[in-house]
Ligand binder design. Structure first.
Ligand code: FES
Length: 126
């Protein structure tokens, strides 16, 4: 039996909120910790990194799984951790590698910054 590939969430740990005073730990680090807690006991892998080049619209995170599109989100906070886990698991079950709109957590609709196709993607009618 084959199982769906494990989705991965990349979280920027250096994100700060534009226009707000600096705090320690910074919002990105708090977001990463919340996502790690939410991922505990699931197949979702959480990877910390420094900067997704979405600094003006952070806190930021991205998700993908093997062969899927990559989705980048901004304007996140700790309360969105479970939504990110749910979204990553939804993406892992998408046969076409595209995060479905139906069933997608609300923050993953309004917080979407960009999506990037997988390496082997070819637009058939471009
Ligand atoms: S510091 Fe988080 S995206 Fe740049």
């Amino acid at each position: 039996m084959t199982s769906a590939p494990a989705p991965e969430i990349y979280v920027c740990i250096t994100c700060r909120r534009v226009g707000e005073p600096e705090t320690e730990p910074c919002p990105g680090a708090l977001l990463a910790a919340a996502i790690e807690r939410a991922a505990s006991g699931t197949e979702v892998r959480v990877r910390r990194l420094r900067c997704l080049a979405n600094c003006a619209r952070g806190p930021s995170a991205a998700m993908r799984c093997n062969g899927s599109w990559t989705y980048i989100f901004g304007g996140l906070d700790e309360e969105n951790a479970q939504a990110l886990i749910n979204g990553a698991r939804l993406l892992a079950t998408a046969a076409d590698g595209i995060l479905p709109w139906r069933g997608r957590p609300e923050i993953l609709k309004r917080g979407l910054i960009a999506r990037v196709p997988p390496l082997d993607f070819n637009e058939t009618d471009a």
